[in-house]
Ligand binder design. Structure first.
Ligand code: FE2
Ligand code: FE2
Length: 263
């Protein structure tokens, strides 16, 4: 099958040499980040804005709250197998801390809904679809791929929500989630780069084509489900699409094995 992508130096020679962070470095990141959480200016009653302002975003927030709330069992199982296969037991703990951070997002959004008097939802078509996509195959690569795409789109989304409201509570929670998501995307991209490094050039390029098709679909679905909230944050379809591709192009660069030094 020819040269492995990971052994090519064509991209690396143009950029500084980077290496994929070790599980220990990721553990340090998650522990440090947990200690650096922003103080949310919760209020005695409500979230500091009237219900009319929340009208365009309330249904969408219910969906994302559900999406951020997952017990992570499937991911933990996939990470467990991956940790065994790669002889990297600390990776289990990395994923446990990653899941805890996502659950913290779910809890923050849940409290926003509760304080605003918006009921929490138990089902949402976007959330169900995304779960089915992740759970259908237990392979870590198939799990990570849609997740990195949704996390990338989450960065556009929470940016829109932050701009759609004057509530200091919602704005601070969005800022916290945005700050957490940048390393999340990096973590998933490094994982994918590790998995893709052993692939032949041909299979790597086919994988990237599949990524582009999947991303176009996921990006469109997020727009279908959340365009009202995105619009309230100032994002037209064109603006949203451009922002989404700008972020995803950066993620694709970060999952390219040629970017890293594997020696
Ligand atoms: Fe999250
Ligand atoms: Fe995340």
């Amino acid at each position: 099958m020819g040269e492995r992508v990971g052994s090519s130096s064509e991209v690396r020679s143009r950029a500084e040499t980077r290496r994929v962070r070790s599980s220990q470095e990721w553990l340090d990141h998650f522990h440090g980040n947990a200690a650096r959480q922003r103080a949310i200016p919760w209020q005695e009653n409500g979230i500091g804005v009237d219900v009319a302002e929340l009208a365009p975003i309330r249904r969408s927030l219910q969906g994302w709250q559900l999406g951020e709330t997952s017990d992570g069992r499937h991911l933990a199982a996939a990470a467990d197998r991956f940790a065994t296969e790669t002889d990297d037991p600390a990776y289990r703990e990395v994923i446990a801390l990653f899941i805890r951070e996502e659950q913290r997002h779910g809890a923050l959004l849940g409290r926003i809904l509760d304080d605003a008097g918006i009921p929490r939802r138990q089902t949402d078509w976007g959330d169900s679809l995304f779960r089915r996509l992740r759970y259908s195959i237990t392979n870590i690569e198939v799990w990570t791929t849609p997740v990195v795409m949704v996390e990338t789109l989450a960065m556009v989304y929470y940016n829109a929500i932050r701009r759609a409201t004057t509530s200091p509570v919602i704005r601070t929670v969005c800022a916290q989630i945005l700050a957490d998501e940048v390393p999340h995307v990096q973590l998933q991209c490094e994982r994918l780069a590790t998995l893709l490094a052993d692939r032949s050039r041909t299979r790597f390029h086919l994988t990237m084509i599949a990524h582009r098709v999947l991303f176009a679909v996921v990006m469109a679905l997020v727009w279908v489900g959340h365009h009202r909230a995105l619009r309230a944050g100032g994002f037209t379809w064109n603006h949203y699409r451009k922002a989404a591709y700008a972020k995803m192009n950066r993620a694709w660069q970060r999952m390219d094995p040629r970017r890293y030094d594997w020696t």
